[in-house]
Design a protein around this ligand. Structure first.
Ligand SMILES: [Zn+2]
Length: 129
């Protein structure tokens, strides 16, 4: 499959050749092309669309109920969040790291620490096989 960013893109403002440049916005990797002359920037349409989906989900607050299951409490993670992450990461481990971050806050970590800053990863090698 050819990507539109693989072809030569000319700046709509000054007609110069644009160069590929990845940027990170809100921990999200965006493929862009930038004009060396006038600094005009174009975001890859697919990435832009995904980024908007991400921002919408990011700002959404879910109220979920705690249930006692054996000796633990279980909460349900909304499907749309998990599906979005799976779609971005392609492969996602079913093991999640949970941390009592601060009083009143528990965090869940779905990706490996070193990849934490960039949520858009093409493939993740599962360490546990
Ligand atoms: Zn330009």
């Amino acid at each position: 499959m050819t990507d539109i960013f693989d072809s030569t893109i000319l700046c709509s403002k000054c007609n110069s050749k644009m160069k590929k440049q990845d940027i990170i916005k809100n921990s999200f990797l965006l493929r862009t092309v930038v004009c060396g002359k006038c600094s005009e920037r174009l975001i890859h349409p697919v990435d832009e669309q995904e980024y908007h989906k991400f921002i919408n989900l990011k700002n959404k607050e879910f109220r979920v109920k705690m249930r006692l299951v054996g000796n633990s409490y279980a909460i349900s993670i909304p499907k749309e969040i998990v599906l979005f992450m799976q779609d971005q990461e392609k492969i996602m481990d079913d093991m999640v790291r949970l941390c009592f971050e601060q009083m009143g806050r528990v965090s869940l970590n779905f990706v490996e620490e070193e990849k934490n800053n960039i949520h858009k990863i093409k493939t993740i090698n599962n360490k546990n096989g």
